[in-house]
Design a protein. Structure first.
Length: 359
């Protein structure tokens, strides 16, 4: 399967290795910064036969890849993805799918019109720990789900933001919820039934006065099935990343996934006693070298199978929209000081320009 990568920044190594591990035929890479391409070619031993492009539209026209990964700054995801889709390519879009409801809907519509597969890279769904927990959800082991909580307690400093000027901007990124916390927000929605009805929230910029968006977000979500969700995301932790945790509390079960990026099952208790908690915690415990985890390779395998067997990938464009919609609803609630109802008719990160500016 002919594969191309658009965007050679911080997350691109995970996509390169996932493509290699799945034996894709990498035909091209693209970035407006030629040095970024050269860096990845050197570090990951990319063959000289792989073409380099500054213009992704030229890449699409000349190479005609079957699968493209879009790994640029977030604000460009939608435009590039739609151009790829309209060129007949299947697409893996780095999170978030887009920065507005309008753009997310346009991606979904274009994919349907062109009959191609679109996956949003919420790779933590493929963690061994998360797959085990999802299996318990699917089998009804929790009984009635009462509530869940998603915490991302990480650290980001000036050096991180200075390496890419788009980070922390409303036009190209958003804040800690949109960039760092969106994976765990996706998991919370996925585990709690997928249909939020209402959210109330606070966001603030407490430490990073050199970015435009939030570095703290706190929200309470009500779901259609009666469950509640609590979201806490921050990049203010001193002195380094602390944890990413997901708790689920049900009528007949309690689970905690923890570690750097929910790669460990740390609590496992079910009334059915179908498995030994200590054995589960020992088996479903990974220690990834970074917060990106090990999920990209199985995510790619899932997308390849979806293309070849003509079924939806595990993480669809619609799923990507749900995570985006949740964060935009949190932004809206915090900005307006009111509860926000789902679905959102229209919302864009640009709606919150100047949110934390002070005279």
């Amino acid at each position: 399967m002919k594969y191309a990568l658009i965007g050679c920044g911080r997350i691109s190594p995970n996509h390169i290795m996932a493509a290699k591990n799945n034996h894709l035929d990498m035909v091209a890479i693209c970035d407006v910064d030629g040095s970024c391409m050269e860096d990845k070619i050197r570090k990951f031993d990319i063959p000289v036969t792989v073409k380099k492009y500054i213009d992704y539209k030229e890449l699409l026209f000349v190479e005609k890849p079957e699968l493209v990964a879009v790994c640029t700054e977030s604000g460009l995801h939608a435009k590039i993805a739609i151009d790829c889709i309209n060129a007949g390519c299947n697409v893996i879009i780095e999170k978030p799918i887009a920065l507005s409801i309008k753009d997310a809907d346009a991606i979904i519509e274009a994919a349907k019109k062109n009959n191609v597969k679109v996956c949003v890279s919420h790779q933590n769904r493929f963690n061994k720990s998360i797959q085990k927990i999802r299996d318990a959800v699917d089998k009804g082991r929790f009984g009635k789900m009462y509530h869940g909580t998603a915490h991302v307690r990480w650290a980001r400093d000036w050096e991180y933001y200075s390496r890419a000027k788009w980070r922390g901007t409303w036009a190209q990124d958003g804040g800690c919820l949109m960039n760092q916390c969106i994976h765990n927000i996706d998991l919370l929605i996925w585990m709690l039934g997928g249909e939020p009805v209402e959210v109330m929230a606070y966001t603030d910029r407490l430490r990073h006065d050199y970015i435009e968006a939030e570095d703290l977000g706190i929200a309470i979500v009500k779901f259609a099935n009666g469950a509640y969700g609590i979201i806490e995301g921050t990049t203010n932790v001193y002195p380094k990343n602390l944890e990413e945790t997901l708790y689920l509390f049900g009528e007949k079960g309690t689970v905690k996934a923890g570690g750097t990026s929910v790669n460990k099952i740390e609590e496992w208790a079910f009334s059915d006693a179908l498995d030994d908690a200590n054995e589960v915690k020992a088996e479903f415990c990974e220690n990834p070298p970074s917060v990106y985890g090990f999920g990209h390779t199985p995510l790619y395998a899932d997308v390849i199978d979806a293309i070849e067997s003509d079924h939806d990938p595990l993480v669809t464009a619609e799923d990507g929209k749900k995570a985006l919609e949740m964060i935009l609803a949190i932004y809206k609630s915090a900005a307006e000081g009111e509860r926000v109802q789902f679905p959102l008719e229209a919302c864009d990160t640009l709606d919150f320009t100047g949110r934390f500016d002070h005279e």
